[in-house]
Design a protein. Sequence first.
Length: 88
Amino acid sequence: MKRLIIHGDPGIRKNAVIEVDGEELYCFSVTRNGDWHGPDEVQLWCTVGTEDELKTFARRDFVPMHLDVEDIDAGAVEVIKSKGELAV
C-alpha cells in the first residue's frame, strides 16, 4: 500500500482501478486538492494498493504517515476502471 500523488486529473474516483508502470493498483481513497487555491492544476492524493491489501485498508490496519509516497503526472496513469464498488 502506498500514497500516490497524481498531478492533474485522469478522471478517477474512489474504487478506481489504474495501471502505473505496469502495476495494477486499486484506489482505496482519493482526496482532490487544489481546486480553489494552490497549484496551477489539481492534485489527487490517492491511497492505492493491490487487491490483496483491500481488507487491510478496510480494517484500517496500517499507519497512514508511514506509507511510501510516489509522485506522478496524470499522463502516466492508465485508467482501467474509473470508479465503482470494490468487494471486501
